[in-house]
Design a protein around this ligand. Sequence first.
Ligand SMILES: [Zn+2]
Length: 443
Amino acid sequence: MPLDGNGGYTVRRYTLDFDWTAPRTPFAASTTIDATATQALSRFDLDFAGNALREVTVDGTPARAVRDGDELVVTPARPIPHGGAFTVRVDYTADPTLQRHRGDAIAEYGWVPTPDGTVLYPQPDGAKMIFPVNDHPSLRAPVTFHITTPPGLGAVANGKLVERVRRPDGHVRWTYDSEHPVAAQLIQMAIGKFAFVAGTGPHGLPLQDVVPDGLVPGTKAYRALTSEHLTWLERRLGPYPFRRYGVLVADTDLPVALETQSLSVLPRADLLGDRIDAERNLVHELVHQWTGDSVAVRRWSDLWLSEGHARFYERLYSGTHGGDGFESAMRTAYERHDQWRHDDGAPAEPSSDAHLFKQMRYDGSALVLYALREKVGEQTFDRIERSWVTTYQGRAVGTQDFVALASGVAGQDLSAFLTPWLYGARTPPMPGHPDWRPDPVQD
Ligand SMILES: [Zn+2]
């Protein structure tokens, strides 16, 4: 996704204003970006797709703004000096039906309408359909959300509710603060007839699920497991990395869950069906809060670091909670690994953008972590994992960072072992399992 993200400035904060009216109905929106120039700027780009642009100002003065594909090219009235702080405001009419499609696990993304509102699925590059942004997985900034809703509707976003003001006309203005910097792909902002279901996790962690009114009783049994899941994961990965957590239940047919930061979104079907599948999805998105959200990827080719860990612990948990045995799931992945390499590229080298969110990045990448565990032993592997999420908390990292950290913790150079697993054309032998064989590749 070479055009995503822009150079020349860093964003200090996004302030998003949404004046919501009704599902699938255009509404007034504005985005204010506080930024600092990292070079002298006569113009700069934002990522912005669709929506109807009304006006762009820089430091209060109207600026020239030209759309070029998904780029919004802004030329301020006066150049911005290197190191200068500046504020961009973009007024637009938002189109809450904007979506794109991918032929992988993402399916539809962007705005996902619900019967009485919306949820967001920005991953991987859909944030630009929601607001003008520097949309790159390695870039994060704090976000303030101001969301105005008509009477009877609620709103939620990443982080903490800091203010809720009822206006004389009955509309309510909700203000949320992300509390931590957040990558554009992990933004959440949802509107609907919601119940806010509060709870408490380990060490008093505030939990709050956000659930469409009619789905509260039906989803309660599995939502109530979050605290147990947190305890199980904290034993392996250390303290949960954010100040709060919750499950946002999406009233949508889209069968996709997403690790939006501190508030994972799960489609209603995930919480109304079989317990084993529900727990796999709940644990998967929760793991992502450590790997993918807190520890971000530097570029999309590093996605295996996010999805591989999430699938690894999802399967490890499920293996002792009624699901498929962990080792048998890994053996199945091993058998298919050469085929996945052929179809979608090696774990750390996706063959193209279109092959990004394929099985290779999920079970195929969990298998790399399993191979590492077989190589160094469970105790050393656990120390590597703990060190990974601690050392790189709040940072964006790449594959070589993982190889270097694993080698350091294990006290042995693991690059000769991991490189063929991560980049090779063929699946290496599995340590400790000389009888495992990849299935032959079919063209
Ligand atoms: Zn995932």
